[in-house]
Design a protein. Structure first.
Length: 218
């Protein structure tokens, strides 16, 4: 019944809200893009993060998520791929050099070769989310424990579209907040140290993924 779908949707939306608001690789990459490159690049990264959710929703709706979760080979392959990518992001952040004049850095600097293109920013956000095995576990569990198997696929897809749009909106808001002139200006005084700190955070996430992989799939 439609009423049941609204109840189910509210449970899905609440679970997703709690998950997306918790700190993780997605938040860290949007924060770094905001502080390093400005609002335009950060928002494109946020759109990429949100689009990555469509991948998780697709294999969850199709039932392929259970295969990934229950197969040690496939699940660990996803985890190691995610760990390698996140660690690479960390190394790149650790290599950040001091800026000659942070006060001059603004969104106008996006024309400089050093700033990634919008397509590259989108891909960074997408891969950060898509290769995060914790996101895999979340969406598989969501569609197994909350979503009724009898719920029509079109309704399940609608849940996924909502979560995608909500994720894009949330991280775009994060991007807007951290690219405000007063906020970003304070951060940029010590920008390279913040980048390096975020690099340590990324590498920490990668190590956690590797250690979790070593414990196998339950």
């Amino acid at each position: 019944m439609p009423h049941d779908y609204w109840v189910e949707f509210s449970e899905v939306a609440l679970a997703h809200l709690l998950a997306v608001a918790s700190p993780g690789p997605d938040f860290a990459i949007v924060l770094r893009q905001s502080l390093a490159y400005g609002r335009r690049i950060a928002i494109w990264t946020s759109l990429g993060v949100g689009t990555g959710i469509l991948l998780h929703v697709t294999y969850s709706v199709l039932g392929l998520g259970l295969l990934i979760r229950t197969s040690p080979v496939w699940f660990n392959a996803v985890k190691y791929a995610g760990a390698v990518y996140i660690a690479w992001l960390g190394v790149q952040a650790l290599r950040t050099r001091p800026r000659a004049n942070p006060a001059l850095l603004s969104d106008a600097a996006a024309a400089e070769p050093i700033v990634p293109s919008t397509g590259s920013a989108f891909a960074t956000g997408f891969l950060t989310n898509a290769l995060n095995p914790k996101a895999t576990l979340f969406f598989v569990s969501l569609f197994v424990l909350i979503v009724n198997p009898q719920t029509p696929k079109i309704i399940q897809v609608a849940y996924g579209v909502w979560m995608t749009v909500a994720t894009m909106a949330w991280f775009s808001l994060v991007a807007v907040v951290f690219t405000r002139d007063d906020v970003r200006g304070r951060f940029l005084r010590h920008g390279h140290w913040i980048d390096r700190a975020l690099g340590v955070v990324f590498i920490g996430f990668a190590l956690i993924l590797v250690l979790t992989s070593a414990r196998g799939v339950s």
